[in-house]
Design a protein around this ligand. Structure first.
Ligand SMILES: Cc1cc2nc3c(=O)[nH]c(=O)nc-3n(C[C@H](O)[C@H](O)[C@H](O)COP(=O)(O)OP(=O)(O)OC[C@H]3O[C@@H](n4cnc5c(N)ncnc54)[C@H](O)[C@@H]3O)c2cc1C
Length: 406
């Protein structure tokens, strides 16, 4: 019996997903590159993605993340973890299976706190994969890793709120199908620090919204984009405030738990693929009379990669197990720990795989350079390392607080 028992249905989904990856997703990567190159537009929506989505849906590999059985298979976090890991192996798989960030987090928020109208207008098409969404919290003018700093003003005026401010890094904001934003701002700057913020559902084409530009990531123009958006007197009906005024901070905490661990699961998939590529390359390239794989340092990297992957996988499964059994709040230390560990370790493995590939490793002939760029952003997105470490340290120090004051 394994430490974290794999249920029969989880095992079935794993084998179906692995089959789908081999038969459709990996072969689609080259087609995707070709279609993107031919279009010459970084935000083009290539037809191969819609083909993958249709096939994933046909196979029942759709909305795998969604905990509610009405919307997806209703898997637990522990059951979903290995599936997200498998999807993490290709940059196409999550979107193909309608399991991409930030839509997954936004769908969970709309499920929990959306009105009937939000569900009809946005949640259903998001679950159907016909639209996409973005989450706009971070602002260029303030240090947004402390979410209480967020400054966007949301001022009540009759039946509406009027929004003014500037957001950036709204991932998905340039996606051709992005129709809706979940926006966090301040409704009451005079309220207690964690009650000042509210979240609102805002169509991306609302009058007064201007998408200024896409922010490149290490020079990559990501297809879904990371948008900088200006809000100029944008009117939002009061009925589009999620959960109620002053609930924004609480929603952001609820939203980020599952989203964070999904990133970690996918990072492990990227690390596994990098290790696989590293081994293949090390065995096939010969220098100074022997394959690279016969050098002790390369063997060391391979062994360390295997050890590290097993460690982060176990920590991820533990966090997922705790989320399922005692809830996201009780699991917060483990979620914070894996949010730091998984991207850092996966980055190290990808970096070494790049080294083994020589110059080719930094080109787009292999998926490693893009994986590195993406993983590096995960040390910032959904909270920088230091903020998660701060939370873990606070928990640890709390145990000894009384000793210090004695
Ligand atoms: C690719 C990408 C996608 C993103 N997607 C989204 C999105 O969809 N929606 C969204 O709203 N945001 C998104 N973000 C933004 C991300 O969440 C923020 O960049 C992050 O929260 C940090 O905020 P900041 O950039 O304002 O950095 P700051 O708050 O200015 O912090 C700067 C640095 O200070 C350090 N730091 C902070 N606090 C401490 C501390 N207590 N001790 C020591 N050091 C500290 C950290 O190293 C941090 O990186 C994305 C970012 C990236 C790179």
């Amino acid at each position: 019996m394994s430490l974290f028992e794999v249920t029969e249905r989880a095992r079935q989904y794993q084998s179906q997903l692995l089959e789908f990856m081999d038969s459709h997703v990996y072969p689609a990567e080259a087609v995707y590159d070709e279609q993107m190159r031919a279009a010459g537009d970084p935000h083009f929506h290539p037809p191969v993605l819609e083909e993958l989505k249709a096939e994933a849906r046909r196979r029942g590999l759709w909305n795998l993340f969604h905990p509610h059985p009405d919307w997806g298979p209703g898997l637990t976090n522990l059951e979903y973890a290995p599936l997200a890991e498998i999807m993490g192996r290709s940059h196409l798989a999550s979107e193909a299976c309608n399991c991409s960030a930030p839509d997954t987090g936004n769908m969970e928020v709309l499920t929990l706190f959306g009105t009937d109208e939000h569900k009809e207008r946005y949640l259903k098409p998001l679950l159907d994969g016909t639209i996409r969404s973005a989450f706009a919290m971070t602002e260029p003018q303030v240090a947004s890793s402390d979410a209480t700093n967020v400054e966007m003003s949301m001022v009540r005026d009759g039946d509406d709120y009027v929004l003014n401010g500037r957001k950036w890094f709204a991932s998905n904001g340039m996606h051709r199908n992005c129709k809706v934003l979940i926006v966090m701002g301040k409704t009451d700057p005079g309220a207690p620090v964690h009650r000042q913020q509210s979240m609102m559902v805002v169509p991306i084409d609302a009058p007064g919204i201007t998408v200024i530009r896409n922010l490149p990531v290490f020079g990559y123009q990501d297809r879904e984009g990371h948008a900088e958006i200006v809000f100029n007197d944008v009117r939002v009906p009061a009925s589009d405030v999620l959960k109620g005024e002053g609930e924004g901070f609480a929603i952001s905490q609820a939203r980020l738990g599952p989203g964070r661990i999904h990133h970690c699961m996918r990072s492990i998939g990227m690390a596994e693929r990098a290790l696989e590529l590293m081994c293949r390359r090390a065995q096939s390239r010969v220098t100074f009379g022997k394959p690279l794989s016969e050098n002790a340092n390369i063997q060391d990297w391979i062994a360390e990669a295997r050890i590290d992957i097993e460690m982060i996988r176990l920590l991820t499964l533990k966090a997922a197990h705790l989320m399922d059994t005692v809830g996201n709040k009780e699991a917060r230390t483990e979620i914070a720990a894996i949010k730091v560990a998984a991207p850092n370790i996966a980055l190290k493995i990808v970096d070494r795989a790049i080294q083994v590939h020589g110059g080719g490793g930094v080109t787009d002939d292999f998926p490693l350079a893009m994986a590195w760029a993406h993983l590096r952003t995960l040390r910032l997105a959904d909270g920088p390392d230091e903020v998660h470490k701060r939370a873990i340290a606070k928990q640890e120090l709390r145990k000894y607080r009384n000793e210090a004051s004695a």
